[in-house]
Design a protein around this ligand. Structure first.
Ligand SMILES: C[S@@+](CC[C@H](N)C(=O)[O-])C[C@H]1O[C@@H](n2cnc3c(N)ncnc32)[C@H](O)[C@@H]1O
Length: 255
C-alpha cells in the first residue's frame, strides 16, 4: 500500500479518531524508558507526544511524504524534551544495528506487510531490535466475519470530517474487497471535499491493501518470531482480548 498519497489526508482523517492508542503507547514508553523505536511512525501522531514526554525515540517509515509531515510538525514544535529521529526504512528488512527498550508498531502497521512471510519477518526485526529485557507492542483489528463475507465492493461513508484549512466538509469513503483465501482486503479510500452548497470540489482515490491476522495465527507468529506474549488486550482500556473484541493488542518480550 502506497502511503505517499495518504500524507496530506492522514492527520485530517485522524482528527476525529480517539487518541486512546496515543495515550496507551506513550504511557508504556514512559514506564519502560528510552530508547524507543516506532515502526511505521507516519506523521508523528504517536512519536511526537512520546518525544514531548521526555523519551528518546526513533521513528522509521517507508514513505518519505509521511515522514515530511512529521518533520514539519517537529520543526514547528522546536525542541522537544526527548529526541525524535525520523528515518526512512522498510520494516520488513530493518537493520539499524542497535537495540531499544521498547519497540512498537501501532495502528495496524503490521497488516501493511502483505504476506505471512513479510509479517513474520517484520516481527523478527522488531524482536532483534529489542533489548533482552525490553518489550515489543503492536495492535491490529480482529477480523470481522460479517464484513469479510458480507456485501462489499461499493463505497460507504466511513467518516465525515471538516477540512482544517478550507472548512469544507470532507467525506471519507471506503470500498472493501475482502479475499478470505489470501486473508487480504484490496480496497479503496476516497476523500471527497464538498463546498458549502454540497458540490464536489476535490476527490482523491487511494488504493489500499492489508493482510489481516486472526488471534490464533498471531500467537503462532509471535512465537515463531522469538517472542513470548506477556499481555493481550481487546481494547486500549486494557480490557481482555475475547471473542467479542474488535482489536488485538499484544505486549511481548524476547524469548
Ligand atoms: C496506519 S499508518 C500509522 C502511522 C503512525 N504510526 C500512527 O499511528 O499514526 C501506517 C504507516 O506505516 C508506514 N508503512 C507502510 N509500509 C511500511 C513498511 N514496509 N515499512 C515501514 N513503514 C511502512 C506507512 O507509510 C504509514 O506511515
Amino acid at each position: 500500500m502506497n502511503y505517499s498519497a495518504w500524507a496530506r489526508w492522514y492527520d485530517i482523517a485522524y482528527s476525529t479518531v480517539s487518541s486512546d492508542d496515543v495515550d496507551f503507547y506513550t504511557a508504556r514508553a514512559k514506564e519502560i524508558g528510552s530508547p524507543v523505536l516506532e515502526i511505521g511512525t507516519g506523521t508523528g501522531r504517536i512519536s511526537l507526544p512520546i518525544a514531548q514526554a521526555g523519551i528518546d525515540i526513533v521513528g522509521i517509515d517507508l514513505f518519505e511524504p509521511m515522514l515530511d509531515v512529521a518533520r514539519r510538525k517537529l520543526a514547528d514544535l522546536g525542541a522537544t524534551p526527548g529526541g525524535l529521529e525520523l528515518l526512512n526504512a522498510d520494516m520488513r528488512t530493518l537493520d539499524l544495528q542497535r537495540k531499544f527498550n521498547f519497540v512498537f508498531a501501532p495502528a495496524r502497521v503490521l497488516l501493511l506487510a502483505l504476506t505471512p512471510e513479510d509479517q513474520l519477518q517484520t516481527l523478527r526485526s522488531m524482536a532483534t531490535h529489542t533489548e533482552p529485557d525490553g518489550r515489543v507492542a503492536f495492535n491490529f483489528f480482529v477480523p470481522n466475519e460479517d464484513m469479510i463475507h458480507g456485501p462489499q465492493g461499493f463505497p460507504y461513508v466511513y467518516q465525515g470530517i471538516a477540512h482544517p484549512v478550507t472548512g469544507n466538509r470532507v467525506l471519507f469513503w471506503v470500498v472493501d474487497r475482502w479475499d478470505p483465501d489470501a486473508q487480504t482486503n484490496h480496497g479503496l479510500h476516497i476523500f471527497e471535499e464538498l463546498n458549502e452548497t454540497g458540490e464536489t470540489v476535490g476527490k482523491t482515490t487511494i488504493d489500499v491493501a492489508i493482510r489481516y491476522i486472526y488471534p490464533t495465527e498471531a500467537i503462532v507468529m509471535i512465537e515463531d518470531a522469538g517472542m513470548v506474549v506477556e499481555e493481550a488486550y481487546g481494547d486500549f482500556d486494557r480490557s481482555p482480548l475475547t471473542e467479542e473484541s474488535s482489536e488485538q493488542i499484544y505486549i511481548c518480550r524476547p524469548a
